[in-house]
Design a protein around this ligand. Sequence first.
Ligand SMILES: NC(=O)C1=CN([C@@H]2O[C@H](COP(=O)(O)OP(=O)(O)OC[C@H]3O[C@@H](n4cnc5c(N)ncnc54)[C@H](O)[C@@H]3O)[C@@H](O)[C@H]2O)C=CC1
Length: 393
Amino acid sequence: MSLNARLIKESFALVEPVAGRASAYFYGLLFAHRPSLRGMFPPDMAAPRGRLFDVLRRVVRELDSPEGLTSYLAGLGRDQRRYGFSPEHHTAAGAALLATMRRFAARIWTEETEAAWSEAYAMASRIMIDAAAAETTPPWWLAEVTGHEARCRDIAVLTLRPSQRMDFVPGQHVPVQTARWPRVWRRFSIANAPRADGTLRLHVRAVPGGWVSSALVRHTRPGDQLLLGPPAGTMAPPESDRDLLCVAGGTGLAPIKAVMEHVIASGRRPNIHLLFGVRHAGDLYDMPDLTRLAAGFPWLRVLPVVSDDPAYQGLRGRLPDVVDAFPSWTGHEVYVCGPPPMVDATVRRLRRSGVPLARIHRDADPERDRDRSDPTETAGTPDRFLAGFESKT
Ligand SMILES: NC(=O)C1=CN([C@@H]2O[C@H](COP(=O)(O)OP(=O)(O)OC[C@H]3O[C@@H](n4cnc5c(N)ncnc54)[C@H](O)[C@@H]3O)[C@@H](O)[C@H]2O)C=CC1
């Protein structure tokens, strides 16, 4: 791959500070030239606009590491299948992207810059298109809700049965779409290791203003159908036999539970310490299940931790402080999931206490974190799902 990375970076550095205006311009152009594409996006374009620059930032950052770039773009191409993106759409998006860069980096734009972006986009779209074409798994799955348990005021645990087999690695997440909010996807971690019956569990907190999470917690019942995109995410169970420290903040428990289930099912016998942190005792939404898991695996120790309730009789405090209060975790593999500030603070403390970075596992996909706080993720719905829903309601 021989790209003029310098010219791309220089021009991108001019456009990035005006990302909001540039992405509005990009989508404006795209829809003006291809009005039919508008129907693939949600009514509120804020999230797709934000995501455009998340992707560009990541691509520009990875320009100097061809392997990382190729793997990222291939993943993107495979994921885009759920929106129904075709090679033709890539051509239209490429023209809009070039026009956007040309306009917002006009001050330093030259023929060489134009050629650099043009080559880079051709290369990137080729990788995405080829990866999408080579993928043999479905672009999306219909899944029936077979269980819906309201665990506390805002949290429900859903059990789903995909209509076709879905392979995933414990620790990964899936994009979810409800019929209530067509074309709006939101990612949730899968909360179990793969099961013989193919079912998946999701732990969902209804966040204020969260379209998909509220629909899943308050308006979804057994028998309803959801749409799932391909599982993604790089967090995976440990390969070593080291003991495990798991630090879960709220519904950040989900991927950690999947990893723990996998380790327990593997027949290994590491000691597992789970610190499950919530704000109020009433938020300890999964304790009966965790207690059952610990009863069947004596090497698992579950420690509920409550941060915002002075009357709580058990372990109290914020997770980063509680982690720090133990003698040493330097010999452990560590998994940390939950609110990003909690994860960052916990990782900092662990690093300071000598735990090597390579042994700290977190869900490090920044796009995923944004999906969490902004549920209106980008675009697209297979028509069959909408048709099915419309005929159902
Ligand atoms: N794969 C992953 O990484 C997953 C991450 N999540 C994230 O986990 C979060 C869960 O939210 P909730 O259940 O509402 O959790 P929450 O806001 O109720 O907090 C859970 C725990 O984190 C601690 N905490 C919160 N903010 C903190 C901070 N700034 N510093 C130190 N500790 C802090 C709280 O004290 C509590 O112990 C969401 O942000 C969600 O996006 C959820 C599922 C999977």
